[in-house]
Write a protein that binds this ligand. Structure first.
Ligand code: NAD
Length: 236
């Protein structure tokens, strides 16, 4: 167990956790940039292209083929990291989870205050009439999923070229500004604007839990290089 990390958590009352794809790799969901991540597999187009708004509008069949195969993990379960964060919130130590993930696993683990910067695969809506649809509706459809009204059903996931939801960003920023400890985990800190959130924290308990180095390692007060599920499972 990392004694410094355990001590700081015990002394904090407004922890904010800011996480990315690495939080869910131990739940069996690949991240983007690790060696076996999505960006190192071969497709006709790079994932950044397929997951862009332009591609979605121009080639929706291709988009949904990739999306159903690579973005939906209906059987994934929360791991020890998701569960520990939910426990700290219930104990009154943690005020918010800010996540770049779209898998809904924090809520599945019991977390209540979760700011999903990039949306969620669990929510989908008709682009024409706004009617909501579930992940199963999209998963069980073929080709381009269509609403009863004929409109395309779009996942509520922020694609490249799309902007983040203003209210979610504002709330996430406020939580980080007011945090007495910021734990950043499982993110390469390479996707902006989300990666810039680290600068909003002004305290001296900034912890980075990431298996590889990030461009912001120099800013951290403590760095943990273990897999996050393993590291968190050892904490009180
Ligand atoms: P990323 O793929 O760029 O980086 C993941 C980082 O996590 C890497 O630095 C890697 O070393 C580290 N990592 C992997 N497994 C880890 C573990 N078990 N413990 C600790 N560290 C671990 O991911 P990102 O920074 O989140 O940015 C990519 C984008 O990918 C985000 O916008 C997100 O929306 C999207 N994404 C989400 C999911 C998901 O919802 N689960 C999955 C893949 C990608």
């Amino acid at each position: 167990m990392n004694e410094t990390l355990a001590k700081w958590i015990g002394e904090s009352e407004r922890i904010v956790f800011f996480g990315g794809a690495g939080v869910s790799t131990e739940s069996g969901i690949p991240d983007f940039r690790s060696v076996d991540g999505l960006y190192n597999q071969q497709y006709d187009y790079p994932p950044e292209t397929i997951l862009s708004h332009t591609f979605f509008m121009r080639r929706p069949e291709e988009f949904f083929r990739f999306y159903r195969n690579k973005m939906l993990f209906p059987n994934a379960q929360p791991n020890a990291a998701h569960k520990k964060l939910a426990q700290w919130e219930a104990e009154g130590r943690l005020s918010a989870v800010v996540t770049q993930n779209i898998d809904g696993l924090h809520q599945k683990a019991g977390s209540k205050t979760v700011y999903e910067l990039h949306g969620s695969v669990l929510r989908n809506h008709c682009m024409r009439c706004g009617r909501p649809y579930s992940m199963e509706d999209v998963m069980n459809s073929t080709g381009v999923p269509r609403c009863a009204c004929g409109g395309i059903i779009k996942p509520d996931v922020v694609l490249y070229e799309e902007s983040l939801d203003d209210e979610t960003v504002t709330r996430a920023c406020m939580a980080i500004e007011q945090a007495d400890m910021l734990i950043i985990g499982g993110t390469s800190l390479s996707v902006y604007p989300a990666a810039g959130f680290i600068d909003l924290y002004r305290g001296h308990r900034l912890v980075l839990v990431n298996m590889s180095a990030t461009p912001r390692d120099a800013r951290a007060d403590l760095i943990v290089r273990d897999p996050i599920g393993k590291a968190f499972s050892e904490l009180p």
